[in-house]
Design a protein around this ligand. Structure first.
Ligand SMILES: Nc1ncnc2c1ncn2[C@@H]1O[C@H](COP(=O)(O)OP(=O)(O)OP(=O)(O)O)[C@@H](O)[C@H]1O
Ligand SMILES: [Mg+2]
Length: 487
């Protein structure tokens, strides 16, 4: 199938998310769609997949003009999209989600569905527990479920919007393997939206670059990274180095910590983190690193061992008490845990205030919000809702809501989905905080980020924490081995 986009435009108020895009996509090829945060990538893909209509412009398949009334309609015509944030229902099981919206029958055909799903997952080497509820799955597993749904639904064109943020290296290999198979053997068209140039180089045949709603570049891959970056930003962004820093007093101390959960128990965690230190947790998704962060944030209760904050036992303190004691937490699920989708930036700023009065002074709130928007360079207005912001801008908003003078900040994948420039900006903020004595504890599925940004590193596998490694005395390879469990 040959797809043509003709003069696609989509404006949101003053924002020209797509500003006259013309593009032809051929079957059997893998395209990489690049562009900085807010460039209009997701908007274009949502239009192509029937999630939203363009203001003007046409979509043609093999020279036939198409109109989509919904994503299901688009899927019926052969276009499937894996969204940046999964669209599944967390309280339902894998099986139920798979069936959801697929056929309109009153009595659902579970037997056939399990069979189909098993066949599809086996074909691509996915591992899914069909009975498990979505809320107990990793992001990678939720993606695999969506992908299986789209393929069974008959997708000829598959759009994957940043599919590798937050999945493990192994899940990525499986995913890329399936993508190649679909393009080479089945002649499908694949579009990978990504900020990771290495992935685009590894997987794609051609790169498409968007900038402020316009297509500014189109080039065959391989192509030097520097050239791609220049197309995206107009120049090569500077990368700030990790500053040397003298550590202060111990801020956080974990002693023989054990946290049991439904899926996994972490145990025997012993760790001290000092003022100004940046400590990185590496490991596959779901290896226990998140549980440690959540325990430190007061979101999970340990059943054994202790958490000390400035020497005080805070093991049983709930989240809000920890927050008031100076522990900030930036969650992975931006729109699920960190922000509230339908609320505006202004409302978030009000909600995040340490103290609330009975009445809200709208004028003052508006002014504070405008200052934050400027200070954190958020592309949005005080009345933009969180779900209207691009991924990178949602992350900036999360940072804008963090309180000043934190003793410790805990972060899950702090730069997930961010372009190079925004990632650097986030780390500049964090490095600035550490100079003020804040202890930073973060987990990341990006090994390079762990390696580049941390003073010390611990690797998680199956709920166990490795010995603590000094970044200067280790290598990416050593950490990679530990992640694989080859201690
Ligand atoms: N529903 C909406 N309402 C208002 N503005 C929107 C909406 N959807 C997108 N925008 C705006 O359109 C612009 C492009 O957003 P889009 O999500 O397409 O960017 P992106 O290239 O996918 O960015 P990222 O890399 O951060 O995911 C942004 O400025 C965004 O705030
Ligand atoms: Mg996007």
């Amino acid at each position: 199938m040959r797809i043509e986009l003709r003069d696609i435009r989509k404006y949101f108020g003053p924002v020209k998310a797509n500003d006259g895009i013309n593009l032809v996509l051929e079957g059997g090829r893998i395209y990489g769609l690049l562009g900085e945060n807010g460039a209009g990538k997701s908007t274009l893909m949502k239009i192509l997949s029937g999630y939203q209509p363009p203001d003007t412009g046409e979509i043609l398949f093999d020279d036939q003009i198409q109109h989509f009334s919904s994503p299901a309609d688009a899927l019926g015509k052969g276009i499937g999209m894996l969204y940046q944030d999964p669209l599944d229902v967390p309280a339902f099981s894998v099986n139920d989600n798979y069936l959801l919206g697929r056929d309109q029958r009153i009595v659902l055909d579970y037997k056939n569905a399990s069979h189909e799903l098993q066949e599809m997952t086996a074909r691509f080497g996915f591992e899914l527990d069909l009975q498990s509820r979505i809320e107990n799955l990793s992001l990678g597993e939720r993606q695999q479920l969506e992908l299986a749904r789209l393929l069974v639904g008959g997708a000829q064109v598959l759009i994957l919007d940043e599919p590798t943020t937050g999945i493990s290296a192994e899940q990525k290999e499986v995913l890329f393997g399936s993508m190649r198979k679909l393009a080479r053997e089945e002649g499908k068209t694949l579009i990978l939206v990504s900020h990771k140039l290495d992935e685009v180089q590894e997987l794609c045949d051609e790169a498409l670059v968007l900038q402020r709603g316009k297509l500014v570049g189109q080039t065959d891959i391989p192509c030097p990274n520097e050239k791609l970056v220049k197309m995206m930003f107009g120049q090569v962004p500077e990368r700030s180095a990790r500053p040397d820093f003298d550590l202060g007093e111990v801020v956080l101390e974990l002693i023989d910590l054990r946290v049991p959960t439904y899926r996994l128990t972490i145990k025997d965690i012993n760790l001290t983190i000092r003022q100004g230190e940046i400590f990185g947790f590496a490991g596959l998704e779901g290896s226990g690193q998140r549980l440690v962060l959540q325990a430190c944030a007061g979101l999970l209760q340990p059943d054994h061992g202790k958490i000390l904050l400035d020497g005080q036992d805070v093991s049983s303190w709930p989240y809000h008490r920890m927050q008031n004691a100076g522990v900030g937490y930036v969650a992975d699920g931006r729109l699920e845990e960190g922000l509230v989708a339908g609320l505006t930036i202004e409302e978030h700023v009000e909600l995040a205030k340490p103290k609330h009065s009975f009445f809200i002074n709208r004028k003052v709130l508006f002014a504070i919000t405008e200052t934050k928007i400027e200070q954190f360079q958020i592309v949005g207005r005080p009345d933009s809702t969180a779900d209207e912001l691009s991924g990178g801008n949602q992350q900036r908003l999360l940072f804008a809501l963090l309180r000043d003078n934190q003793k410790s900040i805990l972060l899950e994948n702090p730069t997930r989905g961010l372009d190079v420039r925004s990632s650097n900006w986030i780390w500049d903020q964090l490095n600035h905080r550490r100079e003020g004595g804040t202890a930073i504890l973060f987990m990341s599925s990006d090994l390079d980020e762990i390696f580049e940004r941390s003073d010390r590193i611990a690797v998680f596998s199956g709920g166990n924490m490795s010995r603590v490694l000094e970044t200067v005395n280790t290598s990416v390879e050593e950490i990679g081995h530990l992640i694989g469990g080859q201690a």
